[in-house]
Ligand binder design. Structure first.
Ligand SMILES: Nc1ncnc2c1ncn2[C@@H]1O[C@H](COP(=O)(O)OP(=O)(O)O)[C@@H](O)[C@H]1O
Ligand SMILES: CC(=O)OP(=O)(O)O
Ligand SMILES: [Mg+2]
Length: 320
């Protein structure tokens, strides 16, 4: 995102999906930081190359322009240790094999909106469902992330457009023993799985919902099933929930998916107001629902702008 200053371009702020262990807050981009972020590309080949390419292009064209990196992983940095732990030997954990969590800028924006619009809920326990091309859930307690469904890379958790989501690592070993190379398996997991792979039609949910192909029924059912199953886990991490928020492309716009998810979560005390849901209203739960269900439009760009301004004003103050 390019921000205008008084005399033209002022600065550029970037969403960088992975900050790894070392980058846990928004930071001014230096050559050292860029080198360090390059080193994280194998953690998430789907996003990191695309995230870093514009940084490099701007650096080349306008080396004087301040650029700020805003990390998706940062919001989850203080999750409890059990939510961060991957059960591998400690040396590997210390080397960075752990659960990081993603879509943090989106969750941060929603947490800020809740603090403003629904302070009781913001102080309580909520599940936020970021359902876009990539999809995840975040367990928000008192405005902080205490658990989330995507872990080390962006492959974990829910069904997404093309990345595979939750998969038994044994299946990967099986594929490797069958003679598939790392590059082939990576391509399979990041680009050919989930909505696209299961439907055999498209990774774009809007197209699947509009199609009368029988395979779409299976994939839409699987999509809401996975959300509901993972929401059960998030509700456990929170010890119960007071609210559920839908956001991002699918969460904001698909009444069909929201209804399918809420129906599966009726056991938690969720009851939907069908008319409000069909109208994409802010509150879509029925008045007698035990859990408040809300729809918010996320705004990752607003968070990037806010962080970029804050980093640059700190930087200016230090160098004054
Ligand atoms: N009206 C809609 N109904 C269902 N899905 C929708 C609708 N509008 C957008 N989507 C879906 O939202 C997803 C993209 O979400 P978005 O948050 O924009 O993605 P990104 O992760 O690229 O920012 C796509 O799967 C798209 O099909
Ligand atoms: C982390 C992730 O999956 O991001 P996106 O939804 O932008 O693909
Ligand atoms: Mg998005």
């Amino acid at each position: 995102m390019i921000m205008l200053g008084r005399d033209g371009l002022g600065s550029a702020g970037h969403r960088i999906v992975h900050g790894g262990m070392d980058h846990v807050e928004p930071a001014l981009i230096t050559y050292d930081l860029l080198d360090s972020l390059d080193g994280l590309t194998p953690h998430d080949p789907l996003h990191m190359q695309h995230n870093l390419a514009p940084v490099r292009a701007i650096l080349k064209a306008r080396p004087d322009l301040p650029q700020v990196a805003c990390f998706d992983t940062a919001f989850h940095h203080d999750m409890p240790v059990e939510a961060q732990t991957v059960p591998v030997p400690r040396a590997l954990r210390d080397a960075g094999v752990r659960r990081y969590g993603f879509h943090g800028l989106s969750y941060e924006y929603i947490a800020n909106r809740l603090a403003r619009d629904a302070p009781d809920l913001a102080r309580g326990r909520a599940i936020i469902a970021h359902l876009g091309a990539g999809a995840s859930l975040c367990a928000l307690s008192g405005g902080a992330s205490i658990a989330t469904t995507i872990g080390f890379s962006t492959l974990d958790g829910l069904l997404m457009a093309t990345p595979c989501g939750d998969i038994d690592p044994g299946a990967l070993l099986y594929l490797a023993r069958q003679g598939r190379s790392v590059a082939e398996i990576e391509d399979l997991l990041y680009h050919q799985s989930e909505l696209l792979g299961v439907s055999g039609i498209s990774g774009d949910l809007r197209l699947l919902l509009a199609s009368d192909d029988a395979r779409t029924v299976e994939v839409i059912s699987l999509f809401s099933y996975r959300i509901a199953v993972e929401a059960g886990g998030m509700a456990s991490a929170l010890g119960g929930i007071d609210g559920f928020v839908f956001t991002a492309g699918i969460g904001e716009r698909s009444a069909v998916i929201r209804a399918a998810v809420c129906e599966r979560l009726a056991w938690l005390g969720i009851a939907l107001d069908d008319a409000a849901n069909a109208a994409n209203a802010r509150q879509i739960s029925a008045t007698d629902s035990k859990i408040k269900v809300l729809v918010y439009r996320t705004d990752e760009e607003a968070m990037i702008a806010q962080h970029t301004r804050a980093v640059l004003s700190r930087h200016l103050a230090v160098n004054r």
